[in-house]
Design a protein. Structure first.
Length: 1107
């Protein structure tokens, strides 16, 4: 939804309204000096004196300096945005303002900077007054005229006025505002940015306002593009930023305003008569916008300021052209806001050990939110250096990308300091970061040249020890791996209480969720430790791939994230070799994305897929060649932006030098078939009658193939084929043995063994494709697994299981063969094949859970899982290897979920002991906590749930809080689940905004809570949208998980129809759940009876026995 065009009119500074309550809700007074500390104290980077910059803001002596009032005339009465006086014409002429008032007036004493809405006065008198009276007939005639006017006005409003104004007023924040001298000195006493809009009786989508100003003052224009009009959102290429000076003073413990000043040094690449940069959610002061020439350049004047709301542009129109090669400095003052939307420069909070709330300010700029902190050229390719000043109170500290160069008092503001940071290396705006907090830190060094620090809440700093231990080791390893030294003098990592993503790779200052950086060995389990290592390695990989070299545009984000998602396993393997994470990649990454990428609605390339195809490339090129090409690429493009073809070129050169790729084949030729097409292939291997040769073909793999599907494009890939035979059993050869070209429908392989020996393709499952065989070869593989499964590598056993089950799911393999693969699992001892098995059997369990055949399937799964449960035992041993503990966690989880009595007895006993002795942190093994908490709450009632909530509130460990939040969604009490969902989207409930998705998913995946979660999502969509400030695709996916009926399909279609305009970027998520639901319906129609018959034939009858 696009913001409406808005123009702010200046308000006068005064003493405030009479009758205002003192104290409550008011920030403490903060003296601001004159002249401005943001301009006077700062030496210029080039030695220039900064005479402008922030001096006007300093004239306002206190933070409580506020607007007396801004009047809007509707009828003959004054309408104030604080709601104290409203015209009776409001319903007819002031709906938008009324909506804005209701949205904004969260405190009775809140003052705002009001808007100027040009609307004619109405001469209407209400009520009897002293003076001249009129006859009844005249009054009746006047009444008829009045009613006729009312009807006419109503019809005009109905047919011509925008009907979504009120909704927009409630949902949209100000994107761009501008003010003049009278408002520059005002620091509004607000608790959130004003939400305002205007209403018009025309159908225009562009509003232009030229304020009456002296002839020396530039005009101001504000435009909003038509919502469905396709526009170019890219900045003009005429200017290139070189350097920023950014000064920010966030009033964390005040009214959450940000006092700001910015200078941008620019070079002209081609003649232009305007300067266009990004700005959002910021009040700028137009007459502080100054343009100065550098060197001999003469700066033109600014004749008009334009604010393009939709594209989030600020455009300074000049009275003459800037010439190519010249350099200029653009400067301005502005007023920002520490929002609570977890983006831009936002506020977070936590409670210390005494229960006192503490505030902090933190940034999240990726992808396009740097513009919400300061005006800038907010595109990834437009790199520049940054010089940052952060204002803070003495009892707090600040950190940014670089080291602090000096700290100085802020003149005239007792207790306030400026932290002045060293100039940065060239980098993108989305990588700039600031944090102002009272956090504690611990440090170490990397190679004696990099200071490495970890930061967190003071009471949680010991939980950062593991990150401090592995972080420097991974950073050192990546310096060697990439062949390029880490370029900054320090690396900070900080755990933030409120953070939307898992982490953000800001250069030199990585920000994390607490669960992604903090680990307590007493309370947290091995899976939590694994997550910390994974995320730390991921973000450190970005310091090279993404930060040192950055994608030119967000279309190449898949490469940025996909590369880090692959290399993170290399970093993890270096610090935790016993975890065997390169094997685990297959089940945690590759096989998980296969399912999503098997849909018609899949992307050409996505971030999850990216890691798998980069892993494939690493194998078909060889690891040494891959590293050589990547290192050359980083060296060639460091501090610059690049495209994926640039990487392909350097990898090709390395491959041709090393002879790992034929001279007539390029990496681009191969990889374009994987990145520019949707989906992936299934390779069909059909052996001849004697087995000595095989026909190999490729087709796009779809879970449900449809007529007139996108497969009409005849997608084909360059496929690196690898294989081994029963007599060879060599699973280490992962470089391409044969290339299947995108021009080849089918190839023939010879020199295979006789028909009584099996063949296996896709060794170590390094290729991003599935493999299907003729029934005879499938039979040989099943027999080998039964006879001696260890002949086949661990990873390929997992591959055989996953391929067989998904091929059967897609109707390309008989379920009798697919389920026959499971027959050997009683002898399987490795975690990776078991994980593949339970992941796939979980799909069947989900499809059957509301069907008559569920009981029989449940017995079958229990017969698979119980022997594993009994072999690993319920008691966890901390010295067990990571994968062994993962296997135990899987066995216990499934046994308890399916109601195995011994498992449930153990769970309930442990939980009740904990309820009796809540101080005992070691009673329940961290490895089994997720199952113990969930199943105990599911089998229990209100007392068990309330105890978990109490422990959640008391816990100081982020991972423990996350486990408890997920477990509380396991309850079978509908009223408890309803209350829990409501709490998740209620500010102040005790559940952080970042955790609302976790709570919702925990209820949605609960068999009892699933329908409840969907109804909540459907009925409360606007509330959820407003709560997050954007649509959430993850909620839609979890809320519709397991949908497999025509009625559920129609409900999703209706939901999409009703909310199509609001879905925006998550509309693909809706398309995917629609397709998944259709696929599930088709699957049940095709396979339900087949599987029921198979279960019946194998002793798992679905029928009750008659006595």
């Amino acid at each position: 939804m696009h913001p409406e065009a808005v123009s702010l009119e200046p308000c006068r500074v005064g003493q405030g309204r009479k009758g205002r309550r003192s104290g409550a809700g008011r920030p403490p007074a903060l003296p601001l000096p004159a002249p401005s500390p943001l301009s006077k104290q700062t030496p210029s980077r080039t030695g220039r004196a900064r005479a402008t910059g922030y001096s006007r803001l300093a004239q306002c002596r206190t933070v409580s300096c506020r607007v007396r009032r801004c009047d809007r005339r509707i009828g003959r009465e004054v309408y104030n945005l604080d709601g104290r006086s409203a015209s009776r014409d409001q319903e007819q002429g002031g709906l938008a303002a009324s909506a804005a008032m209701n949205n904004y007036n969260t405190q009775a004493a809140t003052d705002v900077v009001a808007m100027d809405i040009h609307q004619p006065d109405h001469m209407v008198s209400f009520g009897k007054k002293k003076g001249c009276y009129i006859s009844r007939s005249v009054s009746l005639l006047l009444a008829v005229f009045f009613l006729s006017g009312m009807v006419a006005t109503g019809l005009l409003v109905y047919y011509y006025a925008p009907h979504d104004v009120e909704a927009k007023a409630q949902q949209e924040t100000i994107r761009y505002t501008q003010a003049n001298d009278n408002t520059r000195n005002v620091i509004p006493e607000v608790t959130k940015p004003p939400k305002i809009t205007t209403t018009t009786t025309t159908s225009t989508t562009t509003t232009t306002t030229t304020k009456p100003m002296p002839t020396t003052t530039p005009t101001t224009t504000t435009t909003t593009m038509a919502p469905k009009e396709k526009v170019n959102v890219r900045l003009p290429r005429s200017l290139k930023p070189m350097h920023y000076l950014v000064k920010l003073q966030p009033l964390i413990n005040g009214n959450f305003s940000i006092l700001g000043y910015v200078e941008v040094e620019m070079e002209v690449l081609e003649p232009t008569s305007n300067i266009t940069l990004h700005i959002a959610d910021i009040i700028t002061y137009n007459d502080t916008v100054k343009l100065k020439g550098m060197g001999n350049a003469s700066a033109p004047g600014i004749k008009m300021h334009e604010y393009d709301n939709y594209r989030e542009f600020y455009i300074a129109h000049l009275d003459k052209e800037l010439q190519q090669g010249e350099k200029y400095v653009l400067s301005m003052e502005f007023l920002g806001y520490l929002n609570d939307q977890l983006r831009g420069f936002y506020r977070s909070s936590y409670k210390d050990e005494d229960g006192k709330e503490k505030m902090l300010a933190v940034t999240q700029f990726q992808a396009t939110s740097a513009r919400r902190a300061f005006p800038c050229f907010d595109e990834p390719a437009l790199k520049a250096t940054f010089e940052v000043y952060l204002g803070r109170q003495e009892n707090m500290s600040s950190i940014s990308n670089m080291r602090i160069m000096e700290t100085m008092p802020i003149e005239g503001q007792e207790g306030w300091l400026w932290d002045h940071y060293e100039e940065s290396v060239p980098m993108s705006t989305y990588l700039v970061a600031f944090v102002v907090s009272d956090f504690a830190n611990m440090n170490s060094t990397v190679n004696d040249h990099v200071l490495f620090r970890v930061w967190s809440r003071q009471s949680a700093i010991k939980q950062a020890e593991y990150s401090r231990e592995i972080g420097p080791a991974i950073l050192t390893h990546f310096e060697d791996y990439f062949g390029e030294p880490y370029p900054l003098p320090k690396q900070d990592m900080i755990a933030i209480p409120d953070f939307s993503a898992g982490a953000m790779e800001n250069w030199g200052l990585i920000t994390y969720r607490e669960t992604a950086m903090l680990y307590d060995p007493v309370v947290s389990g091995p899976s939590n430790k694994h997550r910390v290592a994974l995320v730390v390695a991921h973000e450190l990989a970005h310091q090279w791939f993404g930060n040192l070299v950055t994608p030119t545009w967000w279309t190449d984000l898949w490469l940025n994230e996909g590369f880090a998602s692959f290399v993170q396993y290399i970093g993890m393997d270096y610090v935790e070799p016993s975890w065997k994470v390169m094997e685990e990649f297959v089940i945690s990454r590759l096989q998980r994305v296969f399912a999503l990428d098997s849909l018609e609605s899949s992307h050409e390339i996505s971030i999850p897929v990216g890691a798998s195809i980069i892993r494939m490339m690493n194998h078909f090129l060889s690891e040494n060649t891959f590293r050589k090409g990547v290192s050359n690429y980083l060296t060639a493009f460091k501090y610059e932006a690049a495209e994926q073809d640039d990487l392909w070129e350097h990898l090709t050169m390395a491959a041709h030098e090393d002879g790992t790729l034929p001279q007539d084949v390029t990496v681009k030729k191969v990889m374009d078939t994987w990145t520019l097409q949707m989906g992936y292939p299934v390779i069909k291997v059909e052996r001849s009658a004697d087995g000595m040769s095989a026909s190999v073909s490729q087709n796009r793999f779809l879970l449900v193939a449809k007529e007139n599907s996108s497969d009409d494009h005849d997608y084909k890939w360059w496929v690196p084929l690898t294989y081994t035979t029963q007599s060879e059993s060599n699973f280490s050869q992962t470089q391409a043995m044969v290339w299947m070209k995108d021009s080849e429908e089918q190839i023939t392989l010879s020199s295979l063994p006789p028909k009584d020996e099996w063949v296996i393709f896709n060794l170590q499952e390094t290729g991003y494709y599935r493999v299907n065989y003729d029934d005879h070869n499938w039979g040989l593989l099943i027999q080998q697994l039964k006879d001696d499964h260890e002949v086949i590598s661990t990873t390929n056993r997992a591959q055989i299981i996953d391929d067989a089950m998904d091929l059967a799911r897609a109707g390309q393999l008989n379920y009798e063969i697919a389920l026959g693969v499971y027959a050997y699992l009683g002898n399987e001892t490795e975690y990776v094949p078991w994980a593949a098995a339970v992941n796939n059997i979980g799909y069947l369990e989900g499809m059957f859970k509301r069907k008559a055949g569920y009981g029989a399937l449940k017995k079958y799964i229990l017969d698979l899982v119980v022997p594993l449960y009994e072999s690993v035992g319920f008691t966890n041993r901390h010295d067990d290897p990571f994968l062994e503990q993962s296997k135990r966690r899987t066995a216990v989880s499934w046994a308890c979920m399916l109601g195995h009595q011994d498992c449930l007895d153990n769970v309930l006993s442990l939980y009740r002991q904990w309820m009796s002795n809540p101080e005992n942190e070691t009673l329940i093994s961290p490895n089994l906590k997720s199952t113990v908490y969930c199943r105990a709450i599911a089998e229990g009632g209100e007392a068990e749930w309330d105890f978990a909530w109490d422990q959640y509130l008391k816990s100081n460990v982020g991972t423990e809080k996350a486990l408890l939040l997920s477990a509380m969604g396991c309850s079978k009490e509908i009223w408890i689940l309803s209350r829990y969902l409501d709490m998740a989207f209620t500010p102040g409930s005790g559940i952080r905004k970042q955790d609302s998705d976790r709570v919702f998913a925990s209820v949605a995946y609960n068999k009892v809570g699933g329908p409840l979660a969907w109804r909540f999502l459907r009925d409360q969509w606007k509330r959820i949208y407003d709560f997050h400030g954007k649509p959430k695709g993850g909620l839609i996916k979890s809320g519709t998980s397991g949908f497999n009926t025509d009625l559920q399909l129609k409900e999703i279609e209706l939901f999409k129809q009703e909310h199509e305009e609001e879905l925006g970027g998550v509309s693909r998520s809706v398309d995917q759940v629609l397709e998944s639901t259709k696929n599930s319906i088709a699957w049940l129609d095709r396979n339900y009876e087949t599987i029921v018959q198979w279960l019946d034939n194998n002793g798992y009858s679905t029928k009750l026995q008659n006595e």
